[in-house]
Write a protein that binds this ligand. Sequence first.
Ligand SMILES: N[C@@H](CCC(=O)N[C@@H](CS)C(=O)NCC(=O)O)C(=O)O
Length: 265
Amino acid sequence: MSTTARIHPTASTLSSTIKHHFRPSPHSVVFRSNPNSLTRRRTTITTLTAAMATPLEVCVKSSVTVPNKLGDCPFCQRVLLTLEEKHLPYDLKLVDLANKPEWFLKINPKGLVPVVKLEEQWISDSDIITQTLEEKYPDPPLTTPPEKASVGSKIFSTFIGFLKSKDPKDGTEQALINELSTFNDYLKVNGPFVNGEKLSSVDFSLAPKLYHLEIALGHFKNWSVPDSLPFVKSYMKSLFSLDSFTKTSGSKEDVIVGWKPKVLG
Ligand SMILES: N[C@@H](CCC(=O)N[C@@H](CS)C(=O)NCC(=O)O)C(=O)O
């Protein structure tokens, strides 16, 4: 675990600043875990305890098209999906990334979202946050077996390569198709999800990235996942229709506005 990713609120001025900004903030919305999500059957004492616990504070990207609305960051959505599927209540702090407030930069000087407060520590980076949530709230377990944890891991970078490409013959489209084909073959044998029948953390990392892929490539390149990859297509359809997904996804408009500068170069 990277030590740099843990942010320690040491100064007393910091905690008072956070309180001041958090309590009266118009951007503060309490989200309760969704009773209709896939994991709802687990009515254990742990779940009840979690549901009654103080909401976890989560800093996420705000919408750039609609005020006081959740934005389109795939890393933030990954964390929110994890909280939803673990039935953990959370208190959303919307951060305008184009004009980062002072209180947020004190929490995370790197200026990146998501950031979550766990046991009085602000933790950044979706990898570290989801790992820490798994350790602290193991029920329901969402761990992906280590040998499957990197399945699909090159899809996002190849998608960005293709999206930014201005030369149709530079091989970036084919590179993406190759990654998606490998994923399709994997799902055909091992699916419907990465760890078989059961959703796990790697699905909650991949799904928001595939959502961005679908919207951005559809809009900027009039491109969609080929019909020759039916397992990827049905994977995306299943993930995008989860209650936890629809509740935590940014709007199509935000996704498009977010990628525009990258496409224009
Ligand atoms: N590796 C980080 C990446 C987080 C990240 O890149 N977040 C973007 C938003 S999607 C961000 O905060 N960007 C800062 C900015 O746009 O100024 C994670 O997994 O949490």
